[in-house]
Design a binder for this molecule. Structure first.
Ligand SMILES: [Zn+2]
Ligand SMILES: [Zn+2]
Length: 252
């Protein structure tokens, strides 16, 4: 049976140096519940280690978590990579990690990069700077992700930096993107007026939350799907088999 699921497919945890320290698994799941989300994705910068604790905690609350990460490509384009399961995410994540430059994080400049468990105990600190570009092109990141059964959604394409449109200005049709992400802070109609090329693509809107207050957005994405799986998300993005995706104003 198909049903509507409220989704936010772009949320950072304390592993992202630019995210606030309040972005631990428990707080994220609580914020997701408060927002009424049925589907959440954890997408740290070039990293995946904090996805599993959120998956475990969210499952107890009936919220599905899509395994993902936000990769910064050689062209400084941010792209969301989603995988069907944690195993595939780890495999792709390790491959992506091997292409990060060997730069050490400077917590006093960039912030701490904290790996936690479900209880929010600190397991370790990631030493390698995650806020870097991997030495892989967008096309290569897409290939690696798709070969593992995943899909890609270029992130915040309406932003003037670190985005597909701003950095490459290219038509992404050759990349086989599932959808393009726009900021949930903006009216999609206005965004499409500014970037008419977006009309031809499926759009999703996400919070890109780096702090808990970011969860509150004026627009939200709903998927009409049979189950909160990557395969169903792919069908919805393609508008196939009755599945669909819409961006609507958040109710007040
Ligand atoms: Zn980004
Ligand atoms: Zn992000």
């Amino acid at each position: 049976m198909l049903r509507w699921l409220k989704a936010d497919l772009h949320v950072h945890t304390v592993l992202s140096p630019c995210a606030e320290l309040e972005m631990g698994p428990r707080a994220i799941v609580q914020a997701a519940m408060a927002k009424g989300l049925g589907l959440l994705a954890i997408t740290d910068h070039n990293a995946w280690a904090n996805v599993a604790p959120v998956v475990a905690l969210a499952a107890r609350m009936g919220i599905a978590v899509l395994p993902g990460m936000e990769v910064q490509t050689k062209e400084e384009v941010h792209v969301l990579c989603f995988l069907p399961g944690l195993k595939e995410l780890q495999e792709v994540g390790k491959e992506i990690g091997r292409h990060l430059p060997p730069l050490e994080n400077r917590p006093e400049v960039f912030g701490d990069q904290i790996i936690v468990d479900e209880e929010e105990n600190i397991l370790s600190l990631e030493d390698k700077l995650l806020l870097s570009s991997v030495d892989l092109t967008l096309e290569q990141v897409a290939q690696i992700t798709q070969a593992a059964g995943g899909l890609i959604i270029p992130a915040h394409v309406d932003r003037p930096a670190f985005s597909l449109l701003s950095n490459l200005g290219m038509d992404p049709s050759g990349l086989n993107v599932a959808a393009l992400e726009i900021s949930a802070s903006h009216d999609p109609k206005m965004v499409c007026r500014e970037f008419p090329e977006l009309e031809h693509y499926t759009l999703v809107a996400s919070s890109d939350a780096h702090r808990l207050s970011d969860f509150k957005t004026p627009f939200v994405t709903f998927f009409y799907i049979a189950a909160p799986t990557l395969a169903e998300i792919a069908l919805a993005c393609a508008g196939r088999d009755g599945r669909k995706v819409v961006i609507v104003p958040e109710s007040r």
